[in-house]
Ligand binder design. Structure first.
Ligand SMILES: O=C(O)CCC(=O)C(=O)O
Ligand SMILES: [Fe+2]
Length: 203
């Protein structure tokens, strides 16, 4: 086994202290936090999810046309069905830290740099005024952008493998987020989005 394989097979470890967290205040009531290297040794998890998650090709209505989403998605409304034990541990650590009981997941697979997700707010999973939505990145580094719903300059984050992005406050109402296509070739990326039934209910 060479150095690279040894590194790739490093045992996974979660930073329960969130020591690297950097919070960006988007406006008076919205924020986003970037936690670099929150999960180290994430390579095995990436491979297990690509190989074993229940991937579906979804359609999305844009204007009056149904478009094939340029990514695959696997949804686990019940955390008990999560396709990897480490995701249940991650949900428990996030719940303790952010004070929200995460009990479900949806996972996205961006097969290469052509895959993307357009500007949106997470309506289906956040109907409360204030939500905390963690997204764990695995695999290739891609740009994660946020911009105000009413327009204006975007804020760019570049989550790498094992980084956590957490959107909070009124971010799902007042801001939009996206993962744009890029011209530079990239390998696969998987994002794990944590949901909570508590946040489904309107407040
Ligand atoms: O892939 C990401 O980092 C974000 C995914 C996302 O925003 C979503 O699925 O709602
Ligand atoms: Fe989203």
């Amino acid at each position: 086994m060479d150095q690279l394989d040894l590194f790739a097979q490093q045992a996974p470890s979660l930073d329960r202290a969130f020591a690297t967290a950097r919070r960006v205040r988007l406006d008076e009531t919205s924020w986003v936090e970037h936690v670099p290297a929150w999960l180290t040794g994430s390579d095995q998890l990436l491979r297990a999810l690509i190989a074993g998650a229940a991937w579906e090709q979804r359609l999305r209505r844009i204007a009056d046309r149904m478009m094939v989403e340029p990514r695959l998605t696997a949804e686990y409304p019940d955390l008990a069905d999560a396709p990897h034990e480490l995701l249940r541990t991650a949900a428990a650590v996030l719940s303790a830290h952010y004070g929200v009981p995460y009990d479900g997941l949806w996972i996205n697979f961006y097969r290469d740099h052509h895959d993307s997700t357009g500007w949106h707010g997470d309506w289906a999973t956040c109907r409360r005024e204030l939500c905390v939505v963690p997204v764990l990145s695995l695999g290739a580094t891609r740009r994660f952008l946020l911009k105000p719903r009413t327009g204006g300059r975007s804020v760019a984050l570049t989550p790498a493998a094992g980084d956590l992005i957490v959107m909070g406050g009124r971010c799902q109402r007042d801001w939009r987020h996206s993962v744009p296509k890029q011209t530079t070739p990239s390998g696969p990326r998987v994002s794990v989005n944590f949901s909570s039934r508590l946040q489904f209910q309107r407040s």
